[in-house]
Design a protein around this ligand. Structure first.
Ligand code: ADP
Ligand code: MG
Length: 711
């Protein structure tokens, strides 16, 4: 693409001007010619086909039918009237329906004259009906036939209010084709175009905006989707190459006393095979001279913590410090307590740093970190503060990574680089291990995380019984209370979780408190003790309540989703989730993972009202059907798209202009394959035939210092 022209501000396009340019920017984020060119239609109205009435389907699609109105009548209904026309062709009859504008229609519609009607058809009983159709006399229709397929562009209320209708947008794009002479440069190589039989960039752009036929439209879509995914894959792969090649890491050569002592004398159980394999993978990484950047995926309860600990011991054996960062105070505290217990008989210094660590203690901690006395630091975001400096941080572990942002991960990276851990005068970043219980669907993992290595714990510790999950309506609450009483009688503990959504926070807190009161009434002291934990409490009060539950002093924990991640109370065997329809699937799965951690049969009860959306029903059914985090992640991805998937922001997959990583997964795989081949054959993109790819790619990574590593 002649990039200078394409960077022209839209205000300079004929028919746009400063006012419209401003609206296009604020509403659709369009600033330049290039942006407008890449405003791809959401859908197309297909006016190339004419349907016979007996060919109609109840598909909700917009269709075009040639026929005649033979009868027009007004039908009274509960509210207002509707005007119904009987519309026929040689194959059958259907109805056209209007709820408004009856007078005008009665006066203007012609009976027994051939029309073309256009609109969405629905079926009621055995009759098809088309509400508020577009109508054109067949004669006029034939005379005016120009556009075959009409593009429908993304729009907003403000755009249409300001007169920037679909037609106007389409005109602007036509104008852009005129002014640039549609002279759009090719962005892919000849060999890729040939091998995949792709149409040229210029043809693709023309046909995406003004498709000549369904077939050309499909080709244009394929070509543009491929290109989009291809360049994302190029970026991911190049990052990975860069890291492997150039980013040196601390080489942990020793498997020393601490690791061995722990493994032989203090491990409270046998590791599962999956845990062993994963530890080996991580050891290999840290034993090479490249920096590790690894994602450890393992379903809730699969035992990631012990893996984290053993990796930290490796770091210590090699003379380094390690840190473990958790997203919430409760979880950090729990990790700290758990690790301290495991390390009780070993000579390892471990400390906790959170937002509520007292000043004096903090200063002491900072010193201990800097002089190297402290081996392991467990903490929350507080660990990232500039004041926290390590003597020689060798391994940083982030638990429940999805709760953290990318920026935070990179801050950790720099913690190592700033510290005095230097080899040959160059400071090295720590190895980084991020852990998550929110699995990435297998279909996506490879293509999405080109720049991360992945380890998976795909096995639960032995003896776990699958959690039984049921869905109950609010009306059955008394029965559910009865069930809770039985479980408590058996010595078990129970979680009751309420949603807390930012937008409705005040109402949610009210629900929580109401719920707490009704539970307190149903489960009175002194027979029952109840804990309550939510985000508005002081940290120390939260800890206190949590502690009581952990120790078994309370039987019921009423909470918001603050307990979502990580909390480990093996004796808790019942998870009640209130208003379960308001939670996302991965959140439900995370919450359910709080139970089923001991030897007893555990239960998860999803409470809802009777009003459920289709998506909510699917979520509930999925939860009741399976405990498999991967299966749940796949369903979640289909329901929600990739927006909430960890890492999608980094990879640019959220801002896709045309491709959809779920629906277009086969194209994504193809794009990845070709990106890999390209890097194999021409790692620096030096060959003449890859010049166009190099141009685009250089632009994409301009700010990212990747070229430095590759070339
Ligand atoms: P998660 O992967 O969800 O972080 P945890 O590390 O909290 O899981 O482990 C869950 C529970 O399983 C803990 O109580 C832990 O002690 C226990 N556990 C971990 N590994 C094993 C194992 N190999 N055998 C038995 N119990 C294990
Ligand atoms: Mg955990």
């Amino acid at each position: 693409m002649q990039s200078a022209v394409m960077q022209t501000p839209l205000a300079y396009l004929k028919g746009v001007g400063p006012n419209r340019a401003e609206i296009l920017k604020s509403e659709l984020g369009l600033e330049t010619f290039a942006d407008l060119l890449q405003l791809y239609p959401n859908r197309y109205l297909d006016k190339t086909q004419y349907y016979k009435i007996n060919q109609l389907h109840n598909s909700g699609a917009d269709v075009q039918v040639v026929g005649k109105i033979v009868n027009l009548k007004t039908v009274e209904q509960k509210r207002g009237k509707r005007l119904v026309a009987t519309y026929v062709d040689e194959t059958g009859q259907m109805e056209l329906v209007w709820f408004r504008g009856h007078k005008w229609i009665r006066e203007n519609l012609k009976i027994n004259e051939p029309y073309v009607v256009y609109g969405r058809v629905n079926r009621y009983g055995s009759t098809f009906s088309m509400p508020h159709p577009e109508m054109e006399l067949l004669k006029a229709h034939k005379a005016g036939l120009k556009v075959s397929m009409q593009p429908i562009y993304p729009s907003t209320e403000k755009l249409s209010n300001k007169g920037i209708t679909n037609k106007v947008l389409s005109k602007m794009i036509q104008q852009l084709f005129l002014e640039t002479k549609a002279n759009f440069a090719e962005t892919l190589s000849k060999s890729i175009l040939n091998e995949l039989k792709l149409i040229s960039k210029a043809d693709a752009l023309l046909n995406i905006h003004f498709p000549k036929s369904q077939e050309l439209l499909a080709k244009a879509q394929f070509r543009l989707k491929f290109e989009e995914l291809f360049f994302i894959q190029m970026q991911l792969l190049s990052k990975k190459v860069a890291r492997k090649k150039k980013i040196k890491g601390h080489r942990f050569t020793e498997v020393g006393t601490h690791f061995n002592d722990f493994f032989n004398n203090h491990l409270p159980f046998n590791l599962t095979n999956a845990q062993k394999r994963v530890i080996k993978e991580i050891r290999n990484d840290m034993g090479s001279s490249a920096q590790m950047n690894r994602l450890l995926q393992g379903d809730v309860g699969s035992g990631k913590t012990i893996v984290a600990l053993m990796c930290m011991l490796l770091a210590i054996d090699n003379g380094f410090q390690a840190c473990l960062m958790a997203p919430t105070e409760i979880l950090a505290q729990q990790h700290y307590n758990g690790l301290k217990d495991l390390l009780l008989q070993m000579d390892i210094k471990i400390a906790l740093l959170t937002g509520s660590t007292k000043r004096a203690e903090r200063t002491f901690l900072h010193n201990q970190l800097e002089n190297g006395n402290l081996n392991i630091l467990v903490g929350t975001h507080a660990v990232l503060e500039d004041k926290v400096q390590f003597k020689n941080l060798g391994l940083a572990i982030v638990d429940e990574q999805h709760r953290f942002g990318v920026a935070q991960r990179s801050k950790l990276w720099h913690k190592g680089a700033q510290s005095s851990a230097e080899i040959g005068g160059v400071s090295l970043p720590p190895h980084i291990l991020v852990m998550t219980a929110t699995p990435i669907p297998r279909t996506l993992a490879m293509s999405l995380y080109g720049d991360l290595d992945i380890s998976v714990i795909d096995e639960l510790p032995p003896g776990r019984k699958p959690i039984k999950t049921v869905h109950r309506y609010d009306a059955n609450r008394l029965k559910v209370f009865g069930f809770i009483k039985d479980e408590i009688k058996k010595g078990r503990q129970v979680y009751v979780v309420y949603p807390l959504i930012k937008e409705s926070e005040a109402l949610d807190y009210k629900d929580l408190m109401d719920g707490y009161e009704s539970i307190a009434r149903e489960f009175p002291q002194p027979n029952y003790q109840i804990s309550i934990v939510h985000g508005q409490m002081k940290a120390q009060d939260k800890d206190y309540e949590m502690e009581r539950f952990v120790k078994g002093e309370t039987q019921i924990m009423v909470a918001t989703t603050v307990i979502e991640v990580g909390v480990n109370v093996p004796n808790a065997s019942v998870m009640i989730i209130e208003s379960a329809e308001r939670f996302g699937l991965s959140q439900l799965h995370q919450l359910r993972g709080r139970v089923g951690r001991g030897a007893e049969q555990s239960f998860c009860i999803l409470m809802t009202s009777h009003k459920l959306s289709d998506d909510a029903k699917t979520r509930l059914e999925t939860m009741c059907r399976t405990n498999d985090g991967f299966e749940i992640a796949e369903v979640d991805l289909k329901l929600r798209g990739p927006g909430d998937l960890m890492g999608t922001q980094q990879s640019g997959l959220l801002n896709l202009k045309i491709a959809d990583i779920v629906k277009d997964n086969p194209i994504l795989k193809l794009a990845r394959y070709h990106a890999i081949q390209l890097f194999k054959n021409d790692p620096r993109l030096e060959k003449e035939e890859n010049k166009s790819i190099r141009n685009i790619f250089s632009n994409l990574i301009k700010d990212k210092a990747i070229w430095g590593y590759i070339s």
